[in-house]
Design a protein around this ligand. Sequence first.
Ligand code: 9MR
Length: 547
Amino acid sequence: TTSKISPEIHINQLGFLPQDHKIAVVANRQQGSFNLLSEDTQQVVFKGSLSAKGDWPLSGENVSLADFSSHKQTGKYRLELEDGSQSVPFAINQNVYSQIHDASLKAYYFNRASTDLPEQYAGQWARAAGHPDEQVMVHSSAASKDRPEGTVISAPKGWYDAGDYGKYVVNSGISTYTLLLAYRQHKDFYQARSGHIPESNDQVPDILNEIMWNLDWLQAMQDPNDGGVYHKLTTLKFTGNVMPDKTHEQRYVVQKSTAAALNFAAVMAFASQIYADFETVYPGKSAEYQQAALSAWRWAKANPEQIYQQPQDVKTGAYGDKHLADEFAFAAAQLFLLTKDQSYLDEFNTLAQPLTVPNWASTAALGYYSLLSLGKSQLAPTLYEKYSQQLVEQALLMLEQQVQSAYLLPLIESDFVWGSNAVAMNKAMLLLIANQLKPQQEFRDAAVALTDYVLGRNPTGYAYVTGFGSKSPQHIHHRPSEADGVVEPVPGFVAGGAQNGWQDKCVYPSKYPAASYVDDYCSYSTNEIAINWNAPLVYVLAGLQAY
Ligand code: 9MR
C-alpha cells in the first residue's frame, strides 16, 4: 500500500488530539471527496468533500482542504482520495504529543556540553565528553583591568547552541526563558514526567534539572568583578564536523555586551523565583540568581550601548543586535516580578516596547508574557488590561493571516526567515498564552494548525522533528548527528525549516519560501537545529498536551 502514498497530501504525520481541529491540505485537486480509513479494519469511518482554497503563493501550489474535525474516535487512520491515493498513517488519540514533547526536551540533554552521555540515558547516541571549558581564555575584546587578555577562566556545562559547539548568552536567554515558562505554566504536567536523565531521581522536575545545566554555565559567563556578562564562549572559527571529544581548539569568552547582560539578568531573575521552591535540593541557588540578575542589570544600566561587535579574528555566530530597548524591557519585567520594586515596572512602561512575536533579537513579548501570566496581582487592573489587549491584538492578527492563507495557517511571507519553524512555534506559543488569558477556541485552533504545519502540513513532505513522523529529517546540520556513525539523527530536534535566503551553498528544490528546504547537512540555513528553536516547540507541545 505504500505505493499509494501521495506526496500531495500534506498532513500532521503524528496526528491529532480527539477534540482538536483535524485538517489536511491536498495539492493539485480542487474538488472531490475523501475518505478517512481505519488502519485496523480498512473500513471507511468518515467521508467528506475537499474544499477548494486556490493558490498558496508561498509554495506555488493550488490546494484544497480535507476537514475531518468532527471525527473524534481514537485510532490509527489514513486519508484516501477518489483516485485511490492515500496519506501517510496518523493517529487520533489523547497522548499524540506526549512522546514528541519528551523528546523535544530530551534534545537539550543530548546537547549538553562538558559531559559524557552514557548509554543508560542516551541509548545509541551515547558519546564521550567534550569541551570541559575549564580553561577558557579571555579574548582581547573582553579584556578588563581584573581579567586582562589571556586570563584563563572556567565556564563548563551549558548547552551547545545548535549544530555548532558554541555557547551564546543572547540565544540562551530566550531559550532558557521559554523552558522556564513552560514549566511555570504546566507544573503538574512536568511533575508527572521523567526525562530519563542523570538527575531524574532527585525531587526536582527534570525540566528544571535540565535548565540548571545551562544556568550553571550562564553564571560563569558573568565577570564577578563588575557584573558584566560575556557575549559568547566559542572557538575563533567554527570547528570541523567531528564529535565533541575530538575537538580541542582553544575556546574564548568574547566581549561583554549589553544584550548579553540583559538576557542574563532576565533569565536569572526568573530562575530565582522558580528555584526558590526547591531550596532543599538546591540550597542558596535562588539567592545567587537574584544577586547575579541585579548586578548584570546594574552593569547594563551603566553600559547601555555595548553593542556586540564581532572581532576580526572571530568567525562564529554573532547574535548581534543593535536594538536593545526590548531586552531592557524583558529584564525590567522579570526584575519587577522578582523584587516587586515599582521602578522596574516604570522602566518597562517608559520603554513601551510593542508586543510582537519574539525571537532571539526581539524579546519584549517575553516580558509581557511574564507580567500577564505571573503578575496579575501586582499590576493595576487598567495596566493589566492594556497589556492583555496588546497580546490579544497579536493573536487576532494571526487569525486574519490564517483565513487569508490557502493552507489555513497563520503564516505570511516574512515568517520564512532562518529558523522559520521556530517562528511558527513562537506564533503558536503566543496564541496559547492569549488563549489562557482570553479564552477563544480560534486561538487554540490556530496554534494546532501551526503545530500541524511543523509536523507535516507543509509543502515539503517532512515532519520537521527528528525521529517523528513517517518522513523526518535524516541529515540535520548537527555535528554529533553527522559524525557519530549512527544512522538515525539525534532525536527530538526541530530543523530550522524552509526559507529561501539560500545563505549556504546547497541546492534547493524550490524557490518558494515554504518549499525551499533540503534535508542535507550542508544546509545550515534550513536544516540546522538550535536551542531557541526547540524551546517554543517544547512549550507548545506541553501546552497542547496538558490541556
Ligand atoms: O538563528 C540565527 C539567525 O537568526 C541568523 O540569521 C543566523 C545568521 O547570523 O544565525 C542564526 O544563529 C546561528 C548562530 O549564529 C550560530 N549557531 C547556529 C545558529 C543557528 O543557525
